[in-house]
Ligand binder design. Structure first.
Ligand code: HEM
Length: 426
């Protein structure tokens, strides 16, 4: 029996049950504003049953526990990955994101050996330069008080540029990644709940994107073998070739594609969600500019309040597991509402209020446990560099009356599609 057992709600059905909440989350209104639905989920308790063998988890402690429990893992990789089998190229399905033990640990230890905190910290000057260059472009497109699109001109290009720098992709090639990375992001979305996770349909845009990226990285790997370099691709190739056979060629490719895709829309989402706060809360903007509000605390609170990743799922690898005291059968699925856990009233006082002065903020936005986001340090650094620079450059940046920002119609990845801003007062 675990401590959460007392609050388990057995009734998944009915207008107020967990199944109705999941159904509502899948509607356009639910996707646009999931937070009232999260409040309804909290009213049911940290864990509720959706249907036989499927559970909805919204409590902070419960989501954290499932993510750390080695008994639960990402849904098993499909025996035949359509993206790979039909398209002749591996999609991300063979990457760490969907791997279980022992493959996950084997691959992850090798990748973290080269994707280190030191390598991330060393990227700071490159992030600053990239942000400044993009701010120049933003200024140009917003000259004379014209509206400029923050997402198109800044939030989407910055992460692609930074990941390109990290991986060692030549600057001239980086613009080529934006579209395929966006197309492949489909594989991270909720259809992943229904179709095999990580699999992409070979004849759709995501299949074409997987082939394009795999082709590109295959060439880059060949180049690094011929002429070693100390970028991430070069370092991974060297580690891979060290002779202990810890990473197959196919896995190397799948993980490179994952690294490109995983940090793209997520980080763009964080930048746009952060800007939304700055425009909606003049007090927060003033506090950041005066130094009263510290940048890291601001970034953590943006992550908590409006997480770029709202949901993940887990499957019970074995029988005999429980969640919230409920027995989960082998293969039973658990839907983890990260965005709701971040607003759990049992964990945060007044959770729907953005408050950068909170102490002990531990958002689950990067997950937890063995699959915790490998790029979390990089994403935090990008936001901490970019948003204050934006404010310093355009202290009077504002929304454009009559030109509303639009959200991407997605549930798992929460961010804006367009975000018109005026850089100087008109
Ligand atoms: C995994 C969120 C940026 C690389 C994850 C997971 C989450 C997440 C929630 C865990 C998924 C799960 O357990 O089901 C985010 C957010 C980001 C971000 C919110 C930006 C704000 C990045 C960046 C990179 C990256 C910049 C790399 C350049 C990865 C990788 C994994 C991962 C490789 C798989 C780790 C594993 O399975 O062991 N991310 N991510 N992410 N992320 Fe991120």
């Amino acid at each position: 029996r675990d401590a959460l057992a007392v609050t388990w709600t057995p009734a998944g059905t009915g207008p107020d049950g967990a199944a109705a909440i999941v159904g509502a989350l899948l509607t356009p209104d639910g996707r646009a504003d999931p937070f009232p639905l999260y409040a309804r989920a909290h009213a049911l308790g940290p864990v509720s049953e959706i249907a036989d063998g499927r559970f909805l988890v919204c409590g902070h402690a419960a989501v954290d526990r499932v993510l750390r429990d080695p008994g639960f893992g990402p849904a098993a990789r499909p025996p035949k990955d359509p993206g790979g089998a039909a398209g002749g190229s591996p999609s991300m399905a063979r990457s760490i994101l969907w791997a279980g033990p022992p493959d996950h640990g084997r691959m992850r230890s090798l990748i973290s050996q080269v994707f280190t905190a030191r390598r991330v910290a060393a990227l700071r000057p490159a992030i600053e330069d990239a942000a400044d260059a993009l701010l120049d472009g933003l200024a140009e497109s917003g000259a004379d008080g014209r509206p400029a699109d923050f997402m198109d001109r800044f939030a989407f290009p910055l992460p692609v540029t930074v990941i390109g720098e990290l991986l060692g992709v030549p600057a001239a090639d980086r613009h080529r990644f934006r579209r395929p990375a966006a197309d492949l992001t489909e594989a991270l979305e909720l259809p992943a709940l229904a179709s095999p996770p990580g699999a992409v349909h070979a004849d759709g845009p995501a299949g074409a994107a997987a082939r394009e990226l795999a082709g590109y990285f295959t060439r880059l790997i060949r180049e690094r073998r011929a002429a070693p370099r100390d970028d991430l691709v070069g370092a991974l190739v060297a580690a891979r070739d060290a002779g202990d056979g810890r990473l197959s060629d196919e896995e190397l490719l799948a993980n490179l594609v994952l690294l490109l895709v995983a940090g793209f829309e997520t980080t763009a989402g964080l930048l746009g969600n952060g800007l939304a706060i700055l425009l909606d809360r003049p007090d927060v903007r003033a506090g950041l500019r005066s130094g009263e509000i510290e940048v890291p605390g601001f970034v953590e609170e943006v992550l908590r309040y409006d997480s770029p990743v709202q949901i993940t799922t887990r499957v019970a690898r074995t029988g005999g597991l429980t969640v919230g005291g409920l027995p989960v059968p082998e293969g039973g699925e658990v839907v983890l509402l990260i965005g709701a856990a971040n607003r759990d009233p049992a964990r945060y006082r007044d959770p729907d209020r953005f408050d950068p002065s909170r102490r002990d903020v531990k958002p689950l936005s990067f997950g937890a446990g063995p699959h915790i986001c490998l790029g979390n340090g990089l994403a935090r650094l990008e936001a901490a560099v970019a948003l204050p620079r934006l404010l310093a450059r355009f202290p009077e940046i504002s929304a454009v009356p009559g030109a509303p920002r639009t959200r991407r119609d997605r549930l798992v990845l929460r961010g804006h599609e367009t975000f018109p801003v005026r850089l100087v007062p008109s």
